[in-house]
Ligand binder design. Structure first.
Ligand code: FE2
Length: 444
């Protein structure tokens, strides 16, 4: 009798899990009352190499002059070694790293290798080989001085739209790729993480990809997979140790006069949390003489006039906005909402010329489609908004000026659909004076 009752509970539960693993989009699309474009074709990028060949190669910045090279092999005996040099086919240096792997329900990952190489010279092309054999890759290190070009795009996924976005990005060179969350849209179906790694390899093996997590990286399943970010943390290790963070879910790094902070929308952020305390510490230790530009990326936007995901970033905004304002952060990028929106400079829901400029750039091109409906009438804080797939480029020209541009996929490569020039707040005597007064009056 007990057995019978148990099977009544367990079998439907397992069927539910099986359905979820086979068709994760059916779960994800529930509750999306807001308007979406019809979905685009999902692209599965198959494994076409031998089991010992490196696949899913991607690189990320580590400290001032190092890079982490990450890749996967099906073969378990391959070494975690990277040989590299500045001449094609000649590897004068080598580094040895480590590896990991993980199990997720019935899925077992390949051998995930992570090797830190360097010190590397700035603005230099290196040729490298992973695991002692296989194809040669090349990368270019970012410049140590301005100008520097960032590409910014969130919610990338792996569809025909993603392909279009990546093709547009590739049409003009850049130094560092910034991704504010939602990478593969694997949504617990682990082979989709591998497929995503193969799709982005031609881009992510050549320029550093610096990412933070979105909701699609969480991937918990009650009872079976209670631990969040299992795949993301194994595959996309970021330089959190180097910035004093104890979590891969939030970290910072510095490159060419810019201090970039990657926050985690899906881990604790209240005033007692580790992330909050780390952010306080990180902001206090910025030297604006060395890095006049301070840029923050996170997933769920704090300001958003789209009907999609309304209010989802609000509790984080209430917890952390004052910290960013006091530090005179220049810009905040978010994803999550599948559209483009540029705001004015804001603090506490009001225009404030000492607050950060907010941009939502969640229009990379995933299978969920665009968020088509914006709230009416348009808020005076929202300067430009549009539901089209695209990517953004931030060119930091010098210590005082930067240019932001948004590029729509439907247009020719060079077309700039929206753009704005910015002045760094580090140079605004007025803003720092105002801060002193606000602190002395107890307003902050
Ligand atoms: Fe998201």
């Amino acid at each position: 009798m007990v057995k019978c009752n148990m099977s009544l509970v367990v079998i439907p539960f397992l069927l539910h899990i099986l359905w979820f693993l086979m068709f994760p989009h059916t779960i994800q699309s529930q509750g999306n009352a807001f308007s979406r474009q019809p979905t685009s074709q999902f692209i599965f990028t198959p494994h076409s190499l031998s089991d010992s060949d490196p696949e899913q190669v991607h690189i990320s910045l580590v400290g001032k002059d190092h890079m982490r090279v990450s890749w996967i092999t099906e073969e378990k005996d391959t070494e975690s070694i990277v040989e590299y040099g500045t001449k094609e086919g000649e590897y004068s240096k080598k580094s040895i790293g480590d590896h990991t792997s993980y199990n997720y329900f019935l899925y077992k990952s390949g051998k995930i290798h992570h090797v830190v190489i360097g010190p590397l010279n700035p603005n230099t092309t290196y040729f490298y080989r992973c695991g002692g054999s296989g194809p040669e890759f090349s990368l270019k290190t970012p410049p140590s001085k301005l100008p520097i070009d960032f590409v910014v795009v969130g919610d990338l996924g792996q569809t025909e739209w993603t392909k279009s976005t990546l093709k547009h990005i590739d049409s003009k060179d850049y130094d560092v790729f910034l991704l504010p969350g939602d990478l593969s849209y694997a949504d617990s179906h682990q082979p989709f993480w591998d497929s995503y790694g193969r799709l982005v390899e031609p881009y992510a093996s050549r320029r550093p990809w610096m990412v933070t997590e979105g909701n699609h990286e969480i991937e918990t399943i009650p009872i079976i997979q209670p631990h969040a970010f299992k795949s993301y943390n194994a595959r996309w290790i970021m330089p959190y140790n180097e910035s004093g963070s104890t979590s891969n879910l939030y970290y910072s790094f510095e490159v060419a006069s810019s201090h970039i902070i990657m926050l985690g929308s899906y881990t604790d952020f209240d005033a007692q949390s580790k992330q909050y305390k780390w952010l306080q510490y990180d902001l206090l230790n910025i030297d604006r003489n060395i890095t006049p530009w301070v840029i923050v990326l996170l997933h769920a936007p704090w300001y958003n006039t789209n009907e999609a995901h309304q209010g989802e970033g609000e509790s984080m905004r209430q917890a952390m906005e004052e910290l960013l304002y006091e530090a005179r952060v220049d810009m905040v990028f978010a994803g999550h909402v599948h559209a483009y929106e540029r705001f004015t400079q804001i603090y506490d829901n009001k225009h404030d010329s000492c607050g950060p400029l907010y941009i939502t750039i969640g229009d990379g091109g995933n299978r969920e489609g665009l968020a088509l409906k914006f709230k009416q009438p348009q808020s005076p804080l929202s300067m430009y908004r549009e539901s089209s797939f695209g990517h953004g480029r931030l060119r930091i020209v010098n210590e005082t000026h930067a240019h932001w541009s948004w590029h729509r996929n439907n247009d020719a490569d060079a077309f700039v659909a929206d753009n704005v020039w910015m002045n760094s707040l580090s140079n605004s005597k007025e803003c720092w004076e105002t801060l002193k007064q606000q602190v002395s009056h107890g307003e902050l």
